[in-house]
Design a protein around this ligand. Structure first.
Ligand code: ZN
Length: 108
């Protein structure tokens, strides 16, 4: 009897360039690229759901860490973006949990 394992993953898709055409068709293409079904040995990987969400770096709580450039969210705000690396502002600069100064309560 087959065993079933549900693996939830999150992909952060950074779209560079002038993609002003982020419409349903573009999102569908992205979903098919990252959610392609495949087999490895006798294990079947099959996408059963996805929930793409286009974020706006100007209005959504997401930005790049001032130190490493990784995407992070200000987890001390009231609206952190779920599934994005925890982070916080220190002296006006956003840092991810790995780059926050020692002693910060969100330091990883
Ligand atoms: Zn960082």
């Amino acid at each position: 009897m087959a065993k079933i394992m549900l693996c939830r993953t999150t992909h952060l898709v950074e779209i560079n360039g002038d993609h002003t055409d982020i419409n349903d068709d573009f999102i569908w293409k992205i979903e098919n690229l990252i959610g392609r079904d495949f087999c490895f040995e006798d294990i079947l990987f099959k996408l059963i759901s996805s929930n793409p969400e286009v974020l706006d770096t100007l209005s959504d709580n997401i930005g790049k860490c001032s130190n490493c450039g990784g995407w992070t969210t200000d987890s001390e705000s009231i609206y952190p973006v779920g599934d994005v690396s925890n982070g916080a502002y220190v002296n006006g600069q956003l840092f991810c949990d790995e780059c926050l100064p020692d002693g910060h309560h969100l330091k990883f």
